[in-house]
Write a protein that binds this ligand. Structure first.
Ligand code: PMP
Length: 396
């Protein structure tokens, strides 16, 4: 009889020749457990998803309650579905007044697609600007604005009219003109290896977009929901996007994305043509119930307030001559090493020791550290001790 691992390799589509091949039976809090009950400390939150940890009782209860009422009823935007309404009400109550209309999607990439379409439709323009080393998803529109040619060239032709600027470079802002429909940018770049822009740049970007009538789209798939020490990362910079894109932690562990704009901008999807974006499962009622419960846990348990102290502890403990730099904000950190080979050896060793870390798609010599926000000081100390031990073994 084939093992589960063999079946996975035989029947589940593979997108690399070296998948991690870890097998877990359950997950609780900051830990994933294998069949033998061995705990693995999750320092990557399933890539920015499990911000309040795994298996939260309130989230599970909300999901079960909704399952008892209804699952799918109708494509998005026709029926008044309580979980969608309540979640949009809560989200908009926490956002600036100009972000009051929420379009729920299935994923982050679909939210990016919707946001780009909305910007083209609202401005009547077709030029789009994105950043080198950006990651916004893997569908063809999102791939068109990916700032790394290696992942794109096999899939050309992609969307025309895309220009790239350097992230955090004031000089490049001149490329934004009255022909530009939108600038799509991560508030803090994730897959580039966690790049935090400076406030002057973000302000100048906002001003340039306003001046040219260009919509500023902030992709907060990785940065939202407390990860950087604020509910949304744009709050660090004193600016407000025209369209905010969310995903990952939005659904509390269930698949959900959203793009959010003013009623005026979003209204452009209603006519010429009607139904400017259509999705069958976007805003699934079970996912919205889960997302709302997760957001309530995040706020009620004051998790965001604890992020800065946890960041400081990581930075205090991850000191080693082999660590060239620690970049990031809050619990969205990158530790830079000399090479991918060294990084990979350390990551593999840490995983064997039960600490899950990772690298970045566009920055393979840096280690990804982005645990659930519920991680305790003791768990941070344990994780950092294992990482330093691994560095001592492999960095010569
Ligand atoms: N934007 C950013 C910044 C992301 O990190 C990701 C996913 N890593 C996406 C968009 C795409 O999200 P999804 O995988 O849900 O399509």
């Amino acid at each position: 009889m084939l093992t589960l691992r063999q079946l996975f390799l035989a029947n589940n589509a593979q997108t690399t020749d070296f998948p991690l091949l870890l097998e877990f039976e359950r997950a609780q809090g900051v830990y994933l457990y294998n069949a033998e009950g061995k705990p693995y400390l999750d320092l990557i939150s399933g890539i920015g998803v499990s911000n309040i940890g795994h298996g939260n009782a309130q989230v599970i209860e909300a999901i079960k309650n909704q399952l008892d009422k209804y699952m799918h009823l109708m494509v998005y935007g026709e029926y008044v579905q309580t979980p969608q309404v309540r979640f949009a009400e809560k989200l908009t109550s926490l956002l600036p007044e100009s972000l009051q209309s929420v379009y729920f999607t299935n994923s982050g990439a679909e939210a990016i697609e919707g946001a780009m379409k909305l910007a083209k439709r609202y401005t009547g323009r077709n030029q789009i600007i994105a950043c080198h080393n950006a990651y916004h998803g893997s569908t063809q529109g999102a791939l068109s604005i990916m700032g790394n040619e290696d992942f794109k060239q096999a899939y050309r032709p992609l969307l025309p009219g895309i220009q790239f600027i350097n992230f955090n470079s004031l000089n490049d802002l001149d490329l934004i003109t009255s022909e530009t429909a939108c600038v799509v940018i991560e508030t803090i770049q994730g897959e580039a290896g966690i790049r935090v822009p400076n406030a002057a740049y973000m302000l100048a970007l906002r001003n340039r977009c306003t001046k040219t009538g260009t919509l500023l789209i902030l992709d907060e798939n990785q940065t939202a929901f407390g990860r950087t020490g604020k509910l949304f990362a744009f709050e660090h910079f004193g600016i407000i996007p025209d369209i905010l894109v969310l995903g990952k932690a939005l659904g509390g562990g269930m698949p959900l994305g959203a793009f959010i704009a003013s009623n005026e901008v979003m209204g452009a999807l209603k006519n010429n043509p009607i139904l400017g974006h259509i999705t069958t499962f976007g805003g699934h009622p079970v996912c919205c119930a889960s997302g709302l419960a997760s957001l309530e846990v995040l706020l009620n348990e004051n998790l965001i307030e604890q992020v800065a102290a946890k960041e400081a502890l990581f930075k205090q403990l991850l000191v080693h001559p082999a660590i060239k730099q620690i970049r990031g904000k809050g619990l969205m950190l990158a530790a830079e090493l000399d090479s991918f080979e060294l990084n990979k050896a350390i990551i593999d060793h840490c995983i064997e020791q039960g600490i899950i870390i990772d690298w970045f798609l566009h920055c393979s010599n840096s280690m990804r550290i982005a645990p659930p926000l519920i991680i305790t000081s003791e768990q941070i100390k344990e994780a950092c001790a294992t990482i330093i031990q691994a560095i001592n073994i492999f960095a010569v």
